[in-house]
Design a protein around this ligand. Structure first.
Ligand SMILES: N[C@@H](CCC(=O)N[C@@H](CS)C(=O)NCC(=O)O)C(=O)O
Length: 206
């Protein structure tokens, strides 16, 4: 059985938990990080020298970096449904994973830190408003894409949808004013209806 280390309030952990569910792998999840602590022990440092979550253990394999873990689970257990054999089709999925990490997550972070977590140094209204504007610009890109097709890279969900879905779950459930995005809302509703997503994406966002 897989072991996943990390609290479920982390979007990086959510990606991994959601992917494991989609590919039908049972797992044990260990709450570490955030209020649970546990990242500063020698044992945890041996699992991940960055002392971050998530970490996956699968038999003798220990992996960190959420996107790498997500790709591994898809490739190892997901078959053609989740790991496209064709490099072009796979790249169209993976592009969204990288976009999540480099564009959407950094845009959302000031909003999460300022509005939800109220972290010292992150609560200036102008800082939060800038984060909301930046997030809206990214969500507008999703809206345009999802007006053209049901999922980010075609007719069925893929690893890109799972990864970006964790960010959009956060965006749609934080107490901020948002522009109407009907295509994003339709896509999110289709994703969250999946049992693997529902159990990976807790509410409220914390
Ligand atoms: N690039 C890493 C980033 C991991 C990361 O930033 N993890 C955060 C949570 S999202 C963390 O470990 N924070 C410390 C904590 O939760 O205590 C990945 O994608 O796995």
């Amino acid at each position: 059985m897989l072991r996943i280390w990390g609290r479920l309030s982390s979007a990086n952990v959510q990606k991994v938990v959601w992917m494991a569910g989609e590919v039908g792998q049972g797992f044990e999840r260990v709450d570490v990080g955030g209020p649970f602590g546990g990242l500063d022990t020698a044992e945890y440092g041996a699992l991940n020298p960055n002392r971050q979550i998530p970490v996956l253990q699968d038999g003798d394999l220990t992996l960190w970096e959420s996107q790498t873990i997500t790709r591994y689970l898809a490739a190892r257990y997901g078959g053609e449904d989740w790991w496209e054999a064709d490099p072009a089709r796979r790249a169209l999925q993976e592009r969204w994973m990288d976009w999540m990490l480099s564009e959407l997550q950094p845009a959302l972070a000031p909003v999460l830190f300022g509005v939800v977590r109220k972290l010292p140094g992150h609560t200036e209204p102008e800082q939060i408003a800038a984060g909301v504007r930046r997030s809206e610009a990214k969500i507008a890109i999703l809206e345009a894409e999802l007006q053209r097709r049901p999922f980010l890279a075609g007719e069925r969900p893929g690893i890109g949808d799972i990864t970006v879905g964790c960010g959009v779950h956060r965006w749609l459930n934080m107490p901020v004013e948002r522009a109407a995005r009907p295509a994003v809302e339709r896509w999110y509703a289709a994703l969250i209806a999946r049992p693997a997503a529902a159990s990976a994406l807790p509410l409220p966002v914390t």
